[in-house]
Design a protein around this ligand. Structure first.
Ligand code: VGL
Ligand code: ZN
Length: 195
């Protein structure tokens, strides 16, 4: 599968925040291991002047997804806390970079970067037709962001070497990948990129 990055492409990096990394409040095993690879993808977009979107979970401290507030997760990615910050080594372009906060109001959760955000309109007003998606967690926010993109009419390339899952039930990430591919996403790795 050879892919050439072009001017209708954008990169979406999902939820690479400290709370989702080993040692964080809701750790994704080996979540930190994909940082170098994601940085390579980010650099390729940055060099071409193409937009890079960083989604982040950005919850109030009484968020509905938290245990004790009706949800199943330990409190995580609380607005303005250290755990909500991006991984220190994640490459942040100076230009053409967008931070998309989701799950920001107490009573709504959002696993998709498109849910309750301006992501779709920012992509469409830039003429983006195809999104490359990596980050965490494969079985939650990556899955829902990819499915959201497909539903909205974008082509979606799943960065197979730039995702990690939580696997609350063993096999969840594998199943999520199968579902994304079945729905029309195309799985790629860094070696598939040309030019
Ligand atoms: C996520 C669980 C809860 C994710 C966010 O980013 O995949 N997972 N909140
Ligand atoms: Zn969350």
């Amino acid at each position: 599968m050879k892919v050439r990055i072009g001017d209708q492409d954008a990169l979406i990096v999902v939820d690479m925040q400290k709370d989702f990394m080993p040692g964080g409040a809701l750790p994704v095993p080996d979540g930190d291991k994909i940082v170098p690879r994601l940085n390579e993808y980010i650099e390729m977009f940055e060099k071409r002047g193409l937009p890079v979107f960083f989604t982040r979970d950005w919850h109030p401290e009484n968020h509905i997804s938290f245990k004790g507030h009706g949800g199943v997760w330990p409190p995580h990615c609380v607005q303005n806390t250290e755990g909500a910050m991006f991984h220190d080594d994640l490459r942040m372009p100076l230009d053409n970079k967008f931070i998309i906060s989701k799950g920001t109001s107490p009573d709504f959760d959002a696993y998709s970067g498109f849910q309750g955000t301006v992501l779709e309109s920012l992509l469409k007003e830039r003429g983006v037709k195809r999104v490359f998606v990596g980050g965490v967690a494969t079985d939650y926010c990556v899955k829902n962001t990819v499915l959201g993109a497909l539903n909205l009419g974008f082509e979606a390339l799943l960065l197979l070497d730039g995702i990690k899952g939580v696997d609350v039930r063993p096999g969840d990430s594998e199943k999520a990948i199968e579902l994304m591919l079945e729905k029309g996403a195309v799985g790629i790795e860094i070696g598939d990129l040309t030019g």
